[in-house]
Structure formats: structure tokens, C-alpha cells
Write a protein that binds this ligand. Structure first.
Ligand code: C5P
Length: 416
């Protein structure tokens, strides 16, 4: 397929690079047409190198080729991602002052816009009206995802994940292309735990951890896209990850799964085991507390000035993953764990991962290095996959969704 990828000037322009790579990997010819302001965010050489095609923003760059007409007429699909509020306003007005807007006027193929902006801008009456006008004209405007925006703020306006944009856009031209995502988990039931447990100290306090749930949710989304029937056991996901799950469940086809929300290790264990009895695969991506307070008083523990803190006695939690691996709730069930490690004097990240793989008895352990900004709360991850004997069977790095797909690739090989 010949695809034109318009990129406009928003911070999410960096995700257009991933979308470009994905479309190229799927065998499509892609020409990138950025706006001038898009190039403030991502340089033309990046787009040129990944597309293998020249990049220009202006109609005057290749006048003999009459590019502003030829590009639009020769395309099978136009995707603009991210599409800013300004770009959509210009498209509504029919402006033609750069290569992207002129191309849009010349194109007669399906046009897909993936807006990305702050929630206030997305909700503004001008943007709402522009989106409605574009939709009336037959332009396919993808609903933005809900989640983390540029800064610490969250809400609707986030650019959907490149995989989701590609799937939605390609399915408009060729519905069978949705099969481009291998349906190798079709008919399989999978359980994924995500997030981090909270162990109550008293009615207001808890012992918790920094897990956002991003990797677990990516695993659930990837499994659903590959045809699995997914149960996501969600432990205290970060707000933007919860928003992402809600938005994905609302949009048909993005995340078909049931969600069970839990707080403590005990609740997570019950939920995973309940869903796990029927599951072909259980993936424990949640960060589970190893210890919990021995007792949880009904009333808030009082501070007594002048006295030291009351000691909190801890008892060990069951190791849910090890239990699942040793008991096997169902024969042939594949059990997968994660091991977030920091290296130390007694061994490297991988050494600790190997020891853990042998101890837990899971079929697959994804070991990742954490600390110094790595692993927790970020959009990317890097893991080494070990089998139950601690031998390396794979390696994956990239977005958490790419890592999720690599984990499922390894799981599929283990399924009977
Ligand atoms: O031992 P550690 O917590 O590093 O092991 C991580 C793996 O074990 C993860 O897959 C996590 O979900 C799982 N785990 C568990 N129950 C515990 C502790 C960890 O299932 N009590």
C-alpha cells in the first residue's frame, strides 16, 4: 500500500517515527510529509532514513514533479499523526499553504487523522466543531486516547499507540489487513496481572510500590489484539493507565478484556487464581509486595509525640507466581513472571534474574533492570527472557507494547 504520513507540530510527533517504522515493517511504502513545525520536534533525516524517501514541507521543493498534486493522487491512504488543533482548523478551512495541506486537497483516498493535544484544546468548541465538520466530509478522525499528556497532566488528548493507529487506519482500506496482527492467541484465555499491590497498615496507610501497570496493560492489549480472551487483574494502576484502559475498552476492538480491580496481595492472589483455573497462560506482571503488616487495626494508628514510631510487624506474603508455577492450576498452562532487578555486589541483573527463574519455576521470566529512571512509569522497557532453567531464550527492547509482543511471541512457542 502507498501511504502518506502527515506529521504536524506537536510533541507526539516523536510517536510518528514509531508509526512510520511499523508501517514500513508491514511492507508499506510510506512518504512522510511533515509540517514546518513538526520538524521542530523531529528532524527530516529521521523520517528520510526510516522511509527511504525524500521529505519536504513545501510545494516549491520539486516543482517539475508537481508533488502537491501527484502525492495525494497516488496515495492509497493518508494518515496524519499527530494532527494538531491548528492543522485540523486549516484542513476545515481548505487552506493550501504547505505540502501537507495541498496534498490533503488532492487526495481521493481514505484520510485518517489521529489528533493529539491537551484536553482543554480537544474539548474546545472550535476543535469539536472542526472534528465534526471533518467527519461529515468523510475524514476518519480517531478518538484520542486518554492518559498522560506532555507534563504530569492526564486526560483525553493523548495520541493513541502507533499499533492502534495503524490497525484502525489500515482496516479502512483493507479490512482483512487487521489480520496483519497475527491471531496466534485466538481461542486462548490469558490472565495478566498489572500494577502494584498495596498492603494496608491501617485504614489510611499502606505499603506500596512504584509500579504504574503500564507493562501489564501493554501485555493485555497485545494479547487482545492477537485474539486472546483476556482478564486483566489490575492492582492500583496509575491514573493515566486506568484512563488508557477505560478509553481502550470504550473504543471497539482496542481492548476486549475483562478487568478485575484489586488492592492487596491477598485480593490479587484470589483474582488471579479464580481466573487462572480456566487460563492457557498466566502472566504475573504486577509488582507484588513480598511482606504485609501482620495485623491491620480498624482505627488509624496514632502518633505519640516523644515516642518513636510503633514498630510494624511484617509477615511474608505467598509467592503467587511460584505457587502457580508449582501447582499448575490447569495442565499445559504457561506461567510467566517478571523480575525487576538492580545489579549489586553479589551479582548482575541477569545473575539475579537467573536465580529467580530457577527458584520460581515459571516457564518464562522477563528480567528487566530497574532504578535510575529505568523500568517504572516509563513508556519503554528492555527485557531478557529466560526459561525455567535460567537460560536466555530472547531479548526485547522498545515500547512496552513491543516488549509485550516479544513476550507473547515466546509464549506462543510454548503453547501446546
Ligand atoms: O521475587 P520477585 O518479587 O522479584 O518476583 C517477581 C515476580 O514474582 C513477578 O512476576 C511478580 O508478579 C511475582 N510475585 C508474586 N508474588 C509475590 C512476589 C512476586 O507472584 N509475593
Amino acid at each position: 500500500m502507498r501511504i502518506l504520513l502527515g506529521v504536524t507540530g506537536g510533541i507526539a510527533a516523536y510517536k510518528a517515527v514509531l508509526l512510520l517504522r511499523l508501517l514500513r515493517e508491514q511492507g508499506h511504502a510510506v512518504r512522510v510529509i511533515p509540517t514546518r513545525s513538526a520538524l521542530e520536534f523531529v528532524g527530516a533525516p529521521t523520517f528520510e532514513a526510516l522511509s527511504g524517501e525524500p521529505v519536504s514541507t513545501e510545494v516549491f521543493d520539486d516543482v517539475p514533479g508537481v508533488q502537491h498534486v501527484a502525492l495525494g493522487k497516488g496515495a492509497d491512504l493518508v494518515i496524519v499523526a499527530p494532527a494538531t488543533a491548528d492543522f485540523m482548523a486549516r484542513a476545515v478551512a481548505g487552506l493550501a499553504d504547505d505540502l501537507l495541506t495541498t496534498t490533503l486537497l488532492a487526495a481521493r483516498c481514505p484520510v485518517v487523522l489521529a489528533p493529539a493535544m491537551h484536553t482543554e484544546m480537544w474539548d474546545h468548541a472550535a476543535t469539536r466543531s472542526n472534528v465534526a465538520t471533518l467527519r461529515e466530509r468523510g475524514v476518519h478522525v480517531i478518538e484520542p486516547a486518554s492518559g498522560r499528556l506532555t507534563g504530569v497532566d492526564t486526560g483525553p488528548g493523548r495520541l493513541p499507540e502507533p499499533e492502534d493507529i495503524a490497525r484502525e487506519a489500515l482496516s479502512l482500506v483493507d479490512p482483512s489487513s487487521v489480520g496483519a496482527v497475527p491471531q496466534d492467541l485466538a481461542g486462548r484465555r490469558v490472565v495478566v496481572s498489572a500494577g502494584g499491590t498495596r498492603e494496608p497498615i491501617d485504614p489510611v496507610r499502606f505499603i506500596g510500590n512504584r509500579s504504574s501497570g503500564r507493562q501489564g496493560v501493554a501485555l493485555a492489549q497485545a494479547a487482545a489484539a492477537r485474539g486472546a480472551d483476556v482478564t486483566l487483574v489490575a492492582a492500583n494502576l496509575a491514573q493515566d493507565v486506568t484512563d488508557q484502559v477505560d478509553a481502550a475498552r470504550g473504543a471497539a476492538g482496542r481492548l476486549a478484556c475483562s478487568v478485575v480491580s484489586v488492592e492487596s496481595t491477598a485480593e490479587l492472589r484470589s483474582a488471579v487464581r479464580a481466573a487462572g483455573t480456566e487460563a492457557d497462560v498466566v502472566v504475573m506482571a504486577a509488582a507484588v509486595a513480598d511482606f504485609r503488616p501482620a495485623a491491620t487495626p480498624d482505627a488509624k494508628i496514632k502518633k505519640v509525640p516523644g515516642h518513636g514510631p510503633a514498630p510494624i510487624e511484617l509477615v511474608e506474603n505467598p509467592d503467587i507466581l511460584a505457587e502457580l508455577a508449582h501447582e499448575r492450576l490447569r495442565s499445559d498452562q504457561v506461567v510467566v513472571g517478571f523480575a525487576a532487578e538492580t545489579g549489586d555486589a553479589s551479582g548482575s541483573v541477569l545473575d539475579h534474574g537467573r536465580t529467580k527463574a530457577r527458584r520460581k519455576g515459571a516457564d518464562l521470566i522477563a528480567v528487566n533492570a530497574v532504578g535510575s529512571g529505568r523500568g517504572f512509569g516509563t513508556d519503554s522497557n528492555e527485557v531478557t527472557l529466560l526459561d525455567g532453567a535460567g537460560d536466555v531464550v530472547g531479548h526485547a527492547s522498545g515500547t512496552k507494547r513491543e516488549v509485550a509482543d516479544a513476550v507473547w511471541d515466546a509464549v506462543v512457542k510454548l503453547l501446546p
